[in-house]
Design a protein around this ligand. Structure first.
Ligand code: PAF
Length: 325
């Protein structure tokens, strides 16, 4: 029997948000979108190209609102049955995105954050009064071909788990795990977030600085640098109470370099399109936790500095093409 998943909303209509939508739909669960990219509520035609390049179409309800244009009563009414909001926006947009909708969500609604990097959950959990919070990470690849057309570009593991408050109810947890391929529920989710952070901390800035595809990092000239990035991260994570096996993490980083060899990292793409990067929530998060524990992490600081310098060439002069969500 099809599940009426009009009780799930996806906040953010980026590539990953749309990919999750199609995966839910394939599992007979129809979610709705909440996005700042458009205004008003409407039915939207969506196109999906899967890994086998097969194209399919569907119709989704999109609740759009712009910064200036709020319809509080409408929004509250439209979101009254929502039990789960999956937040699929850039790390630096999470706080603003959640703040925009939190007051319109039912008290028992659960929030799941799905983004690159770490840190926003610390801001979001302060905002939640009654809603429970989960966090997750995915290594699935997706590319936006047009505003409402995404293509899946790669498979990958997804890890989801509890962060704070009332846990996600069992039927929604099972629905997510059934819909998202290679997904796992992990009670020790922080370990997986740090593991994914290591992948992003090594691949994203290096491919951006050297303007290369992920696969280029398999060259032995990067071995020492990648080793240093991981060593610093493992030490900081340990001081933060998360014990990581350096060899396992290193193998994971190289596994992703190999699996995504022909891809450009998301940070490389952000810089190409003159968008703000997620550096503050990747290497920047390692640095902020290091400071808290009085640890030094020179290499991560150096990478942050180099990316900030690149960003400053377009962000300060107003050329940024930051996506709305
Ligand atoms: O940010 C990215 O690009 C991706 O998370 C990853 C896994 C590094 C692959 O490109």
């Amino acid at each position: 029997m099809p599940i009426n998943a009009n009780n799930i909303a996806i906040l953010g209509a980026g590539a990953i948000g749309q990919l999750i939508y199609h995966q839910l739909e394939a599992a007979d669960a129809k979610a709705i979108f909440i996005t700042k990219g458009v205004s008003g509520t409407h039915q939207q035609n969506l196109t999906f190209t899967n890994l086998a390049k097969k194209v399919s179409c569907s119709l989704a309800t999109v609740i759009g609102f712009t910064q200036q244009e709020y319809h509080p009563k409408n929004l509250q009414h439209q979101l009254q049955n929502i039990e789960l909001v999956i937040v699929c926006v850039k790390a630096y947009q999470v706080n603003d995105a959640v703040s925009s909708v939190i007051k319109y969500l039912p008290k028992h609604c659960h929030i799941l954050l799905l983004h690159n990097g770490m840190g926003p959950h610390l801001q979001v959990q302060k905002k939640l009064l009654t809603q429970g919070l989960s966090v997750g990470t995915t290594s699935q690849g997706a590319l936006k071909l047009a505003p409402w057309h995404v293509q899946q570009t790669g498979t990958g593991d997804s890890h989801l788990g509890p962060a704070s408050g009332i846990p996600l109810v069992k039927n929604l947890k099972l629905l997510l795990l059934n819909a998202i391929p290679q997904s796992l529920w992990c009670d020790t989710i922080l370990t997986y977030l740090w593991q994914k952070l290591a992948i992003n901390a090594a691949i994203n800035p290096l491919t951006t600085i050297d303007k290369c595809r992920n696969g280029a990092l398999a060259d032995p000239s990067y071995t020492l640098l990648i080793n240093k990035i991981i060593t610093e991260l493992v030490n900081v994570a340990q001081a933060d109470g998360v014990v990581l096996d350096k060899l396992v993490i290193t193998n994971k980083v190289y596994e992703v370099i190999t699996h995504t060899a022909s891809n450009y990292s998301s940070m490389h793409q952000d810089v190409t399109h003159k968008r703000q990067t997620e550096i503050d929530y990747i290497n920047g998060y390692i640095i902020s936790r290091a400071k808290k524990h009085h640890l030094s992490c020179q290499i991560n600081e150096q990478l942050l500095h180099q990316i900030k310098t690149i960003e400053s060439q377009y962000l300060t002069i107003g050329l940024s093409d930051n996506p709305t969500y």
